[in-house]
Design a protein around this ligand. Structure first.
Ligand SMILES: Cc1cc2nc3c(=O)[nH]c(=O)nc-3n(C[C@H](O)[C@H](O)[C@H](O)COP(=O)(O)O)c2cc1C
Length: 398
């Protein structure tokens, strides 16, 4: 016969399991990467019956972007697409000049051009060679815009179909890589031009160690800066409902944790910014840097010139797509550049640009983007994307 004590224990056990089950459901332990927030990844080629100018926008919104802020608004027209900056979607003191915001638009532009090669950026660019300034402007949609227009030269030969096909498979991989697996020749993707402006891959063990140390130092400075830490934490999204509501930001699923650690992390109470920063610093120092097979740096002439920031983003998106076609994983590690901007904002001196040039072995150029690459040990998950209707400027076509 079942004793009363056993029945109570059984009841409590069932209750605990039910509570744990609900918590697991609520926190999305079993639904990582699933649901409406991830729908965009399967609609990257557009939706049947849509107007032509809307279709490439589905590919554009899958682009890499700082902290998954998705700071873009698109206006589809009859023969043109206009891309606006949404200046309200920024990471504050972690990007005081909104350089990363414009780089994010560059990433979207790269996808847009690949998705519809018969479109081109209209030569009369409305964003001139102006320098970015410390942003106080919170206007949702910047007056500046880029116009992407259809050529009238007839059929276009698509030069890089493989890059276009990689668009829905490209994801930022923050997990461990396999540092010893031989990399293919990356000369076609990264090359330093004579004056050192463009992409450079860093394989040399000594140079890798030095750049790794610089990235860890910059991460330490980032987490020690309470404003940068708080502004970054504003984009952390936890729990299934929060992700479904916002469809943006950084989530536990995309942090590069093993499946078990990820499940445990999701079941635990939300971390405050300080605890999250501690894990971030440890992951950077103990996993991401030591397992990188190589690092890369994208240089430009002046990272705080708006066009150059956009260009650096385009360059990153195309590089990441190339790496994806080769089965390689990649992750931006831009902490040193973020600290360079922060020091510039606060009028402090900073030698990182000089140090990075020396490590990369180039004479000139302003470092605009740093990343690591290698063969991943696990697949990177997709990150959330905003509703399509929410990134369209309302007009008679949208
Ligand atoms: C300008 C820029 C800076 C970025 N910096 C970092 C970084 O320092 N560390 C990192 O892990 N990811 C970084 N990312 C990657 C974004 O967080 C990522 O693209 C975004 O969360 C969307 O995820 P997805 O690339 O997997 O689609 C950066 C991306 C861009 C465009």
């Amino acid at each position: 016969m079942v004793s009363r004590r056993n029945m109570i224990a059984c009841g409590i056990g069932t209750g605990v399991l039910a509570a744990l089950g609900y918590r697991a459901f609520d926190r999305g332990v079993f639904s990582a990467g699933q649901g409406e927030a991830y729908r965009a990844w399967s609609e990257w080629q557009g939706i049947a019956g849509e107007m032509p100018a809307k279709r490439p926008i589905h590919a554009a919104i899958l682009a890499a972007n700082a902290h998954n802020t998705q700071p873009w608004i698109f206006e589809p027209g009859e023969d043109a697409i206009t891309l606006y900056a949404d200046l309200s979607r920024h990471i504050g003191t972690a990007d005081p000049f909104r350089r990363e915001l414009y780089a994010s638009l560059g990433c979207a532009l790269a996808n847009l051009k690949l998705a519809f090669p018969d479109y081109d950026v209209f030569p009369a660019r409305q964003w001139n060679h102006d320098r970015l300034e410390i942003s106080r402007d919170e206007t949702p949609v910047a007056a500046q815009r880029l116009e992407i227009r259809r050529h009238d030269v007839g059929a276009t030969v698509e030069l890089f179909p493989a890059l276009r096909h990689a668009i829905p498979h490209r994801h930022t991989n923050r997990g461990p890589y396999r540092p010893d697996r031989q990399l293919p020749n990356l000369g076609d993707i990264f090359y330093a031009s004579e004056n050192g402006i463009d992409g450079v891959a860093i394989f040399d063990p000594g140079a890798k160690r030095e750049l790794g140390a610089l990235i860890v130092e910059a991460t330490e400075r980032f987490v020690a800066d309470s404003e940068m830490s708080a502004d970054s934490a504003r984009w952390f999204r936890t729990g299934r409902k929060e992700i479904e509501r916002n469809r943006d930001g950084i989530t536990t699923d995309t942090a590069g944790l093993s499946p078990v650690v990820n499940a445990v992390a999701k079941l635990m109470p939300d971390q405050n910014a300080e605890t999250a920063d501690r894990y971030w610093l440890a992951a950077t120092r103990d996993v991401q840097i030591p397992t990188a097979a190589a690092f890369g740096v994208i240089f430009c002439t002046d990272r705080l010139e708006r066009d150059q920031a956009i260009f650096a983003g385009e360059r990153w998106q195309r590089s990441h797509l190339w790496l994806t076609t080769l089965g390689l994983a990649a992750q931006p590690l831009n902490q040193p550049i973020e600290i360079m901007d922060r020091d510039h904002q606060l009028g402090r001196s900073n030698d990182y640009a000089k140090d990075i040039r020396k490590i990369a072995g180039v004479r000139n150029g302003d470092p605009a983007f740093i990343f690591r690459l290698g063969y991943g040990t696990r697949e990177a998950p997709a990150s959330a994307r905003r509703r399509f209707g929410d990134v369209l400027m309302r007009n008679r076509y949208a």
